[in-house]
Design a protein around this ligand. Structure first.
Ligand code: SAM
Length: 222
């Protein structure tokens, strides 16, 4: 039988609440339910409940739990929402969001690295999470076949808000996206009939969004 991480999971949640990252019952319950140890490579399993990003291979990382909590709170999630994530990575963040939107809702997540897309699918299956669809592709183009979305969030840093993502968001929907290079600013946008109203949430560090509306794969610049 594998090690139980329940105690470590509870302690992490208490810490995230104490520091004000987790504010709502919905986000708390999701963090208590989704086993982060199932989403990290075996050699990093013992660090699964450290509040830090961890390597998942192919030069990519699973985001730190406090950043995922900040993003989930700002997304103002509730049951039944249709959500698009850009940057599936390990699948963990999508799993947390899927728990909050419940069976009535759905998360579509798009990942440019095929091996990571497959890994995310397997991790979600191991964790018993069924309301997530993982697609391989360039998420800077969004995922028009399932649009429009109630919420869109991006887990890698973009040079600016990609136009296709704004277009695929419903009116009254929310988008969260880190904008900048290595050190970037998390931007929250609310779509109105007139366009996107944006505000800055906090500074952050993310791997780059690479794609048509992102950075160039080789120079990591436009
Ligand atoms: N949400 C992930 C998790 O819970 O493990 C962490 C994601 S990691 C910080 C960012 C991911 O964005 C990487 O897996 C990277 O390959 C992916 N990425 C970068 N550019 C992308 C693009 N244009 N489309 C889709 N995924 C992209």
């Amino acid at each position: 039988m594998g090690k139980s991480y329940e105690g470590e999971r509870k302690r992490l949640v208490e810490r995230l609440k104490r520091h004000g990252y987790i504010k709502s019952r919905e986000v708390e319950e999701a963090f208590l339910s989704v086993p982060r140890e199932r989403f990290v490579p075996e050699e990093n399993e013992r660090f699964a409940y450290a509040d830090t990003p961890l390597e998942i291979g192919y030069g990519q990382t699973i985001s730190a739990p406090h950043m995922i909590a900040i993003m989930c709170e700002h997304l103002e999630l509730r049951k039944g929402l249709k959500v698009l994530e850009v940057g599936a990575g390990s699948g963990y963040h999508a799993g947390i969001v899927a728990h909050i939107v419940g069976k009535e809702g759905h998360v579509y997540t798009i990942e440019r690295i095929g091996e990571l897309a497959r890994m995310a699918r397997e991790n979600l299956k191991k964790a018993g999470i069924e309301n997530v669809t993982v697609v391989e592709g360039d998420g800077s183009l969004g995922l028009p076949e399932f649009a429009p979305y109630d919420r869109i969030y991006v887990t890698c840093a973009a040079p600016s808000i990609p136009k296709p993502l704004e277009e695929q968001l419903k009116v009254d929907g929310i988008i969260l996206i880190p904008v900048g290079r290595a050190f970037c600013t998390l931007i929250k946008g609310k779509k109105t009939k007139e366009g996107l109203e944006t505000k800055e949430i906090c500074g952050c560090a993310f791997v780059p969004l690479i794609g048509k509306y992102g950075f160039n794969e080789f120079s990591k610049s436009l």
